[in-house]
Design a protein around this ligand. Structure first.
Ligand code: HEC
Length: 209
């Protein structure tokens, strides 16, 4: 083999194997993945996101939450994610197919959120946290998302949606209230929809040792 043929073969092999590994193999295995039928409810596994959650996902993307929060439970026993109760089983590709852009995330400055809706159901508490993270955990370095809330003068009756339990420096002045915008409502809808507690054959729950 002359040097030019050797060089050419080397180039083809290098780029060809990268293409097979990073493009062809994932496309063949993952591109046509479908949700599974849920025999119990007649719905789909994973369940489809509600309209509110889809809108909230866009707010999640725009707010940069993925900079600090992952959404993937890593496998047992390589990590302690399951022991830490971040989820009951490992996250697998089928968990992500309902999301146009899955927010797997790289960093965990805050907790993994893939099963946040399984451990939190209180809408008011989630709003309070987004508005004033340091009220919930004084040491928190999560920024306040107060721009997703309207700080306004109470006219007539206070709003039934106004945030309750804001204390200290987070409390609104007398005669004022803090009310979630549609974006905040959607974001909370999305956060509470994050729940991978459905069975997937390719990701069984690890058995207790
Ligand atoms: C700079 C990093 C940072 C950013 C950006 C950030 N967070 Fe956090 N988040 C944290 C930290 C740290 C905690 C843990 C302390 C606390 O509870 O505030 C946390 C906690 C949380 C929790 C509670 C999780 C649990 O299991 O109790 C939720 C929900 C949450 N963040 C949602 C969000 C959302 C939604 C966004 C974007 C709008 C966001 N975070 C942006 C750092 C961040």
């Amino acid at each position: 083999m002359n040097k030019l043929t050797l060089l050419f073969t080397g180039i083809v092999l290098t780029f060809g194997s990268a293409w097979v590994g990073f493009v062809a193999y994932p496309v063949a295995n993952l591109a046509n993945m479908e949700p599974l039928p849920d025999e119990e409810t007649g719905g789909l596994i994973p369940p489809t996101l509600s309209g509110l959650a889809v809108a909230g996902q866009k707010v999640y993307a725009a707010s940069g939450c993925v900079e600090c929060h992952s959404q993937q439970v890593r496998p047992d026993p390589l990590t302690t994610d399951i022991a830490k109760q971040l989820g009951k089983r490992q996250t697998v590709p089928r968990d992500e197919i309902r999301e146009h852009t899955p927010f797997l995330g790289e960093y965990r400055i805050g907790q993994d959120l893939s099963n946040y809706g399984a451990r939190e159901t209180d809408v008011a508490a989630v709003h309070r946290h987004l508005y004033s993270p340091q009220l919930v955990s004084p040491w928190s370095n999560m920024p306040s998302y107060s721009y997703l809330y309207q700080y306004r003068k109470i006219v007539g009756q206070p709003s039934s949606h106004a945030l309750q339990g804001l204390t200290g420096s987070f409390a609104p002045k007398a005669g004022y209230e803090v009310v979630p915008t549609q974006q905040a409502e959607a974001l909370v809808g999305y956060l509470l929809s994050l729940n991978q507690n459905y069975p997937l054959p390719e990701s069984p729950e690890p058995t207790a040792k």
